[in-house]
Design a binder for this molecule. Structure first.
Ligand code: FES
Ligand SMILES: [Fe+2]
Length: 265
């Protein structure tokens, strides 16, 4: 197994993906996981592998607060312990690991490390999501066949936009004034392009002005959670909060990526 940061909250999905009685399979840090929502509305996270013959529990059925394995019918509760064995006694070996799970900012979070250290207060503050009306939010997945840390490299250095996205976002990033700093465990990078020729993607938001002040910010938290803030205003006009837009890029390692040079070796 690659070295992953384990004592942290990883995004497992979006809260509205699992209704009561529904289940969801995910692999995070190479661990197969099953999530299901119990009758009280709370979520359970278990290793997605039955301890009997290792069938994925996610192929089974949720009934009340129990997941029933689809292979030979064993049932497991939210604590991961077997609570139903149609073939004989329930023994302690019939158990799967359960993980702390939480829901905040419309996101499902799971803690894969030491359960004693799982503290919901450590979930990153993404309250800008809650403050945004639902109709103004959009979300989705972008499966990426690469090491997840490369995405931090990509977003923390926006100078690439001048070369990779010249017709949409590029033209201002290499010359913008930038400031990088550490705030606690968080890395913050700001860019300010003043009185610039606005890139195409910003023209609609500055209402026809031909010069703009464009502020961009990346906030990075380990291992790979990033918020990208952007605001474009006509040059020399003050930036107001309603000019700002925020995008969460939350990179979650699924499995070990095979990079081209690893394939070749
Ligand atoms: S593999 Fe799950 S009950 Fe047999
Ligand atoms: Fe880019």
């Amino acid at each position: 197994m690659t070295n992953y940061l384990m004592n942290t909250w990883y995004q497992a999905g979006f809260a509205d993906e699992i209704a009561v009685g529904d289940k969801l399979a995910r692999t995070i840090c190479e661990i197969p996981l099953l999530f299901y929502r119990r009758s009280d509305g709370c979520l359970t996270a278990l290793v997605d592998r039955c301890p009997h013959r290792f069938a994925p529990l996610s192929a089974g059925k949720v009934d009340g607060d129990t997941i029933f394995c689809g292979y030979h019918g064993l049932g497991f509760g939210a604590d991961g312990k077997c609570n139903h064995n149609p073939h004989g006694p329930i023994v302690s070996a019939l158990a799967v690991r359960s993980f702390p799970v939480a829901e905040r900012h419309t996101i499902i979070w799971v803690w894969l490390g030491d359960p004693e250290k799982a503290d919901a207060a450590l979930i990153p503050d993404l309250s800008y999501i809650d403050e945004t009306p639902p109709q103004a939010r959009t979300c989705g997945y972008m499966p990426t066949a690469a090491n997840y840390q490369l995405l931090s490299d990509n977003i923390l250095d926006l100078s690439h936009a001048d070369y990779l996205h010249p017709d949409t976002l590029g033209g201002i990033n290499t010359t913008a004034k930038s400031n990088s700093r550490l705030e606690g465990d968080t890395v913050v990078v700001d860019w300010l392009a003043e009185n610039c020729d606005p890139p195409q993607a910003f023209r609609a938001t500055i209402h026809g002005a031909n010069r703009a002040d464009i502020w961009t910010q990346v906030v990075w938290q380990a291992p790979a959670l990033m918020t990208l803030g952007v605001a474009a205003v006509p040059a020399k006009q003050p930036r107001k909060w309603e000019d700002e837009g925020y995008t969460l890029h939350n990179m979650v390692p699924e499995t070990r990526a095979l990079l081209p040079w690893q394939r070749a070796s």
